[in-house]
Design a protein around this ligand. Structure first.
Ligand code: RIB
Ligand code: CA
Length: 313
């Protein structure tokens, strides 16, 4: 088998984060070096706890989980309990994790891991606000040059915003952090709402999770069943977008996705459009392309991948 791809998942669980982490831990193609929690969907004390619950659900109490930044670089934290519930993982009956949180700060873990691993051998997969990543890049400027790639869920162009008319939640929460990451020169692949709004949790797809006849299958169905209620009402689509697993699915099967390399800048000045990913999809500026911006996916293929991998539990 080809060498496993080393990744760090930076996360704010969140039901869709949970599915992304379970997917990653079920992929033999990936070596998850650690989970770094960031404040986002719910405060840090819950995102780090939820990351530990998910690691235990995956049968990986050995997986190092780190707590990172508890608020954005320059702004007050905005959370999303209305979507994810007060625990961040509302839906199934869960438990108090017994595995310990690592004592080291997540940013130190990111810096030390990227510095210790061979250059360009670790992919960072942010599926929450980019505060931890930007802090690592700022604290040790060599890190950005040593990272193989950042594959993130965030932003939007044709789908514009989900938390304001202009901005997607992960970028909205910490636009200054996103600006640092997008201007860092690190190779970036973006899984924006443009593609995740096509990856919908239909009843048939949720039933396929239940039919796995495992704790993971049942809990994933209950997590996504809870999480989808908000977006079903909001968008009236045939299901809710399953955002974060798209980043992991891209890592494992990039051929399921399509997009183009474009310039993406982040709005940080205007309160009206704060956190907007100003994506030059039509190449109307002379700004240098800095990101592979994904616009489409073989959605049945993505759900087939998720379901087949979750069947490994
Ligand atoms: O806008 C969707 C993103 O915001 C997802 O990562 C979801 O978990 C929330 O963090
Ligand atoms: Ca998330």
């Amino acid at each position: 088998m080809a060498e496993r791809q080393r990744i760090i998942i930076d996360t704010d669980p969140g039901q869709d984060d949970a599915v992304a982490i379970l997917l990653a831990l079920a992929c033999d193609e990936l070596e998850v070096l650690g989970l770094t929690a960031v404040a986002g969907n719910v405060p840090l004390r819950l995102t780090e706890k939820n990351a530990r619950i998910i690691a235990e659900l995956a049968g990986r109490p050995d997986l190092p989980v780190y707590a990172g930044c508890e608020k954005p670089l320059k702004r007050e934290l905005v959370t999303a309990e209305e979507v994810h519930g007060k625990t961040g993982l509302d839906g199934p009956e869960l438990w108090e994790p017994s595995m310990q949180l690592q004592p080291e700060h997540a940013v130190d873990f990111i810096i030390e891991t990227i510095s210790a691993c061979p250059e360009k051998s670790v992919v960072i997969c942010p599926i929450g606000p980019l505060t931890n990543i930007a802090t690592a890049f700022e604290r040790n400027p060599e890190v950005a040059g040593r990272v193989q790639e950042v594959v993130l869920m965030g932003g939007a162009y044709f789908q514009v915003g989900n938390v304001t008319p202009a901005a997607e939640f992960n970028i909205f929460v910490d636009p200054e952090a996103a600006e640092i990451v997008f201007r860092s020169g690190v190779p970036i692949t973006v899984l924006p709402l443009d593609v995740t709004h096509k990856v919908l949790t239909t009843p048939k797809r949720l039933q396929a999770f239940r039919d796995l006849n495992s704790d993971v299958g049942r809990i994933v169905a209950e997590l996504t069943g809870f999480y989808e209620r908000f977006d079903l009402k909001k968008y009236g689509m045939g299901g809710a977008p399953l955002h974060d697993p798209c980043a992991i699915a891209y890592l494992v099967c990039p051929e399921l996705f399509s997009g183009k390399r474009i310039n993406v800048e982040i709005e940080t000045m205007s309160e009206l459009t704060r956190g907007m990913t100003v994506a030059d999809w039509w190449g109307v500026t002379s700004r240098k392309p800095n990101a592979m911006f994904i616009g489409d996916a073989d959605v049945d293929g993505v759900y087939r991948l998720i379901t087949e991998k979750l069947a490994h539990y």
